[in-house]
Design a protein around this ligand. Structure first.
Ligand code: PNS
Length: 164
């Protein structure tokens, strides 16, 4: 069985991520989308909330599994016996950072974990979770960036934060 992991922060999932998930799920028999539990970042959504959003957004994709992980991707991949990581490339500016991580992962996994890049569809090339959050925090229209239920959750989150 051909399996791959699509790791990321997914804070929150965007149409850009979903485009990569859809395409990667057609290439692999099973795709595990895994949310990094990164203790050094302060995310807008908890890991549990991000996992739930991904589950809802991918519910019509039967070979997509949603999970979370802490620590190194190479250790997580080894535990799962998965040897391919998927990453999306939006622009040239992503490339240097992604290349470095991909090479580090390959080197320190002893060649066990390769990274496969999918170029983001052009209509989503501008999209990032950070810009979506910034836009939504000022009540900007993010309907073209994330599914409707995700947009609602983002606005709700900022409403709560403003009231706190
Ligand atoms: O969505 P992001 O934040 O760009 O995803 C980055 C991610 C989660 C793929 C990357 O930070 C990661 O794999 N982190 C886990 C720790 C690790 O293995 N780092 C790579 C070697 S430096």
């Amino acid at each position: 069985m051909k399996a791959a992991i699509y790791p990321g922060s997914f804070d929150p999932v965007t149409y850009g991520h979903l485009d990569i998930i859809k395409r990667a799920s057609k290439i692999f028999d099973e795709l595990t989308v895994s949310v990094l539990n990164n203790k050094t970042k302060t995310p807008l959504f908890s890991v549990e909330e991000r996992v739930k959003m991904l589950e809802e957004a991918t519910k019509d994709m039967p070979n997509v599994v949603v999970d979370s992980f802490s620590g190194l991707l190479i250790d997580y991949a080894r535990e799962k016996d998965i040897h391919v990581a998927i990453r999306g490339l939006r622009a040239f500016t992503d490339f240097e950072y992604e290349l470095q991580i991909a090479q580090t992962n390959r080197k320190f996994s002893g060649g066990d974990l390769d990274t496969m890049f999918l170029t983001t569809s052009l209509e989503y090339a501008y999209l990032s979770s950070s810009t979506v959050k910034e836009f939504a925090s000022f009540d900007g229209d993010i309907s073209q960036c994330v599914p409707e239920f995700v947009a609602k959750l983002i606005y709700e989150k900022y409403r709560h934060l403003r009231q706190a």
